[in-house]
Design a protein around this ligand. Structure first.
Ligand code: HEM
Length: 482
C-alpha cells in the first residue's frame, strides 16, 4: 500500500514522536493524506493502521460485516459497554432496541422542548450583543446538553442557567484532551503502563466527578430509585393518564434490563455517558462552527436569514417539523460546514477477516482501519481545486448527484453509522432558526486563520469567535415561545 517510508522495527513511529502536541500530529497525518493516495499503510511498531479516504474503499469497509468492531482506541473512552464502543456481537442487540429511543415518535414529541431550550439560548446570548467578539461554543454546548438529557433521560437539568453546565463541560474538555493525547501516544496503549501514569489517575477522578454530578441531579429529580433496583417496570413508559408515551433512551434501557442480566448498573451508566457525549458535543460543535462560517461569509448568512424569515418569520412562533423540512439552503450551508469541519474527522475499526478493496489491495485481518472522513471530504479530486473553500452550492442537488455517496459521510455510513442523524438535524435546525432570527453574526477571523485540534471531536482552536448584532426588533417582535 501507499505511504511514507517505514523504518525497521518501529515502522512509522518516528512520524508520531517528532511532534509533541495532538494538533501537530493531526496536522502531519493530514499532510501525509495530501501527499499519498488512499489506501495508506502506517506501521506503529507491530500495529498496522490502514487509512482509507477513497469513497469506494470507505463504502466497502463501512458495509463489511467483518468490520463491526471498533479499534482499541475506543476503549480509552471507558464506555466499552455502551453502544458507541461495544464489540460487534454485543452491539447488534443493543442498537436494535436503542434505535427506537431516537425514532420518529420520540423526536416528534420532543420538538416543543427543542424550541423551549433554544429560546433560553437566545436569551443567554443577550450578554454577547456588546460589539465584542466572544467564543459562543460553550453556551451552545450547554443548550445541546439540556436537550440531550431531556430527550434521553426525560430530565430537565437546566445546564444553561445553572453552574452544572460549566462544571460538566470543564470535565468533558479535559477528559477528551487526555484521551486524544493517549491515542497519539502508542507507548501508553497497554493498560498496565497507562495505569501507572498521572493521566490515568486524573482520568478516573474525572469519570467519578462526572458520574457524581449526573447522580446528584438524578437524585434531585428522584430518578435513582429506578436505577438502584436495576429492574424496571413498564410503568415508566405510561403517562399519568395511562396513555403510552414514546420510550426514551432510559426507558429502552429499562426494558432491555428486564431480560438481559448483562445490563448492570455500570453498563447503564456507560450507555448514558455515551449518549450524552455523542449527542451533545457533536451537534454543539457543528452549530457553533456553522455560525462562525456565516460570520466569515456574510452573503451566505444573508441567504440563510432570508430563507429562515420566509419559512418561520414570527419570532413568537415555535419552529415546527414542517418548517424544518423547508430549510433547504440552511441545510446546504450546514452540510458544507460539516464537510470542511466534520465533528468526527476520523473513525476506526478492526477487521476480523481480510477485506479485499480491489485487485491490488487487501487489508489483512486484525488490521486497524481508519476511515479518514476529514480527508475524503476535502479531496480536490472530488470537490475541485477550491475544495478548501466554503461553498454551500456544493450541495445543490445537481452537484451532489455527480458525487459518490461516500464522498460526504460526516455521520459515517453503512452498518454502524450514527444513531442520532435525524435527531441531530432537528436540533441543529431549531437552534439555528432561533439564533439567526434574532442576531447577525460577525467575526474578524477568516478561513486562512483557522487552526484545528483533534480532541476526539475536531475543534477550531481559535474558538468560534463572533460578535453579535441584534436584528431589527420592530420587524419581528420579541423572541420567545407561544
Ligand atoms: C452533528 C452531529 C453528529 C455527528 C457529526 C455525528 C457523527 C457520528 C459518527 C461519524 C459516528 C460513527 C463513529 C464511529 O464509527 O466510530 C457516530 C456514531 C454514533 N452517534 Fe453520532 N453524530 C452526531 C450526532 C449524534 C447524536 C445527536 C446522537 C444521539 C442522540 C449520536 C449518537 C451516536 C451513536 C450512539 C453512535 C454509535 C453508533 C454505533 O456504533 O452503532 N450522534 N456519530
Amino acid at each position: 500500500m501507499n505511504g511514507p517510508p517505514a523504518l525497521p522495527l518501529i515502522g512509522h513511529l518516528y512520524i508520531m514522536v517528532k511532534f509533541t502536541t495532538t494538533e501537530a500530529i493531526f496536522h502531519n497525518l493530514r499532510t501525509i493524506g495530501d501527499k499519498y493516495p488512499s489506501p495508506i499503510c502506517i506501521h506503529v511498531g507491530p500495529l498496522v493502521h490502514v487509512f482509507l479516504f477513497n469513497p469506494e474503499e470507505l463504502q466497502i469497509m463501512l458495509n463489511s460485516p467483518n468490520c463491526l468492531n471498533k479499534s482499541l482506541h475506543y476503549s480509552f473512552l471507558r464506555v466499552d459497554l455502551g453502544v458507541f464502543a461495544s464489540p460487534g456481537h454485543i452491539w447488534k442487540g443493543q442498537r436494535k432496541l436503542l434505535n427506537l429511543s431516537l425514532g420518529p415518535a420520540i423526536l416528534n414529541s420532543s420538538i416543543t422542548m427543542f424550541n423551549e431550550k433554544s429560546a433560553i439560548l437566545v436569551n443567554q446570548f443577550e450578554k454577547y450583543a456588546d460589539g465584542i467578539e466572544h467564543n459562543i461554543y460553550r453556551d451552545i454546548a450547554k443548550c445541546a446538553l439540556d436537550i440531550i438529557y431531556y430527550t434521553a433521560l426525560g430530565l430537565d437539568f437546566d445546564m444553561q442557567r445553572t453552574d452544572a453546565g460549566d462544571y460538566y463541560l470543564n470535565l468533558q474538555d479535559e477528559f477528551m484532551d487526555l484521551i486524544a493525547k493517549r491515542m497519539f501516544s502508542p507507548s501508553l496503549y497497554p493498560e498496565f503502563i497507562y495505569q501507572m501514569t498521572k493521566s490515568y489517575k486524573r482520568e478516573q477522578e474525572m469519570i467519578n466527578e462526572a458520574r457524581q454530578l449526573t447522580d446528584r441531579i438524578m437524585q434531585e429529580r428522584k430518578v435513582n430509585e429506578r436505577l438502584s433496583t436495576e429492574q424496571f417496570s413498564n410503568e415508566s413508559v405510561k403517562t399519568d393518564i395511562g396513555r403510552k408515551k414514546p420510550m426514551n433512551f432510559l426507558d429502552s434501557l429499562s426494558k432491555l434490563a428486564q431480560y438481559n442480566e448483562d445490563l448492570t448498573r455500570e453498563a447503564i451508566l456507560q450507555q448514558v455517558d455515551t449518549i450524552i457525549f455523542a449527542g451533545s458535543d457533536t451537534t454543539a460543535t457543528t452549530v457553533s462552527t456553522f455560525l462562525l462560517m456565516l460570520a466569515i461569509h456574510p452573503d451566505v448568512q444573508e441567504q440563510v436569514y432570508q430563507e429562515v424569515m420566509q419559512v418561520c418569520p414570527d419570532k413568537t412562533q415555535s419552529v415546527t417539523l414542517e418548517d424544518i423540512s423547508k430549510l433547504t439552503y440552511t441545510e446546504m450551508a450546514c452540510k458544507e460546514t460539516m464537510r470542511l469541519f466534520p465533528a468526527a474527522p476520523i473513525i476506526a475499526r478492526v477487521s476480523n477477516e481480510d477485506i479485499k478493496l480491489d485487485d491490488r489491495n487487501t487489508i489483512p485481518a486484525n488490521s486497524m482501519i481508519i476511515g479518514a472522513i476529514y480527508q475524503v471530504q476535502r479531496d480536490p479530486k472530488i470537490w475541485g481545486p477550491n475544495a478548501h473553500l466554503f461553498n454551500p452550492d456544493n450541495f445543490l442537488p445537481e452537484n451532489a448527484a455527480l458525487r459518490h455517496p461516500y464522498a460526504f459521510i460526516p455521520f459515517s455510513a453503512g452498518i454502524r453509522n450514527c444513531m442520532g442523524t435525524r435527531y441531530a438535524w432537528l436540533v441543529m435546525k431549531v437552534v439555528i432558526v432561533y439564533l439567526i432570527r434574532k442576531y447577525r453574526f460577525k467575526t474578524s477571523l477568516d478561513m486562512n486563520s483557522l487552526n484545528f485540534k483533534y480532541s476526539i471531536i475536531m475543534k477550531i482552536t481559535n474558538g468560534c469567535l463572533v460578535s453579535l448584532e441584534k436584528r431589527d426588533e420592530s420587524v419581528v417582535g420579541e423572541c420567545g415561545m407561544k
